[in-house]
Design a protein around this ligand. Structure first.
Ligand code: SF4
Length: 323
């Protein structure tokens, strides 16, 4: 028999792996990028008077992504993808929408069930041509079907989720013969990234999506990274800001501009308190470790995981025997 070579998923890098390893679950976190690129990435051109006296000639060109809030009128791109592109590394994808049919088999070719972050090289839920987006996402959904991984989606464009979940629901109704644990919506976490007060509209949009599909979405999560909330912001957030959310992850800006935007430990306390009041589990990333004291005793409190991972692991029988 002619067996084609299997093409397994890539192990998750440090930034993702950190929050994809729930204690007691035997699995190796992975990433999957069937689509790369991001509508928030753009070319930035600037005029340098030392190199040209023609204002129409851009003398410096680089890729920038999402920006920090401005301090003294200056904002900086904090996008890791943009930095990698500017370094012109050969394996880094371009800013444009790119779909890779050859990667569709990867979830099926990776046998032990794993927690898989989808679309980590950009943001695959954005504004692209609808017809193309729908066609490609149908293929993505089909690759996920019947696999046993736990898929984590994350976006700054939660409006992209709506069509997808409707498609999955339609599909699963058509395939009622498939047991629920293999159905396309059983093992998925839908998440949104926010960074501060300027993203409240996005958060509300995501919460509306979560409310609408409350009974079919397994895990609803929020990534607050980089955290640009000030103490005043955190205090002023409504008490029910995280209502309906299962998991909140908070991280700080990293890299050369990190010191300018470090959240205060009191700001974190307010965010954590509001998240816990809403019943969400909270995970504080290591990038915040100078803001709180991590001991083996409080590790579980500061790096908590939602029960959905354990329920999934139990179904897949990949829980470590606990002493
Ligand atoms: S959404 Fe993510 S990938 Fe896109 S520019 Fe912003 S930080 Fe970069």
């Amino acid at each position: 028999m002619n067996k084609s070579k299997s093409n397994p998923l890539t192990p998750a890098g440090k930034g993702w792996k950190e929050f994809m390893e729930p204690l007691g679950i035997r699995q190796k976190p992975k990433v999957w990028n069937p689509i790369t690129g991001c509508p928030n990435l753009r070319e930035w051109r600037s005029y340098d008077p030392k190199e040209s006296d023609d204002y129409n000639i851009a003398t410096k060109t680089r890729i920038i992504g999402c920006l920090t809030p401005s301090v003294d009128g200056v904002a900086h791109s904090y996008c890791y993808m943009a930095d990698m592109m500017n370094r012109k590394l050969p394996h880094i994808p371009s800013a444009e929408y790119c779909y890779y049919p050859s990667r569709l088999s990867q979830p099926g070719d990776t046998k032990p069930p794993s927690i898989v972050a989808v679309g980590t090289a950009g943001d695959m839920w954005g504004w692209w041509d609808k017809k193309q987006y729908h066609e490609n996402m149908e293929k993505v959904a089909s690759s996920i079907k019947r696999t046993r991984h736990f898929y984590l989606f994350l976006t700054k464009f939660p409006q992209g989720y709506d069509w997808y979940i409707n498609y999955l629901l339609k599909e699963s109704r058509q395939s009622l013969s498939i047991p629920f644990c293999f159905s396309p919506i059983a093992n998925m976490g839908f998440g949104v990234t926010i960074t501060g007060m300027q993203d409240m509209e996005r958060l509300n949009e995501f919460k509306y999506f979560c409310e609408t599909y409350e009974h079919v979405i397994l895990l609803k999560w929020i990534m607050i990274e980089p955290c640009f909330f000030t103490l005043e912001d955190a205090k002023s957030l409504p008490d029910d800001i995280f209502e309906g959310i299962d998991w909140v992850i908070i991280g700080s800006l990293t890299g050369r501009h990190a010191k300018k935007w470090r959240p205060k430990s009191l700001t974190l306390s307010w965010l954590v308190r509001k998240a816990k009041k809403a019943g969400a589990e909270v995970f504080l990333k290591d990038s915040l470790s100078d803001c709180f004291c991590m001991t083996p005793e409080n590790r579980e409190k500061l790096k908590a995981y939602p029960s959905q991972f354990y329920e999934w692991a139990e179904k897949q029988e990949i829980l470590e025997a606990k002493a």
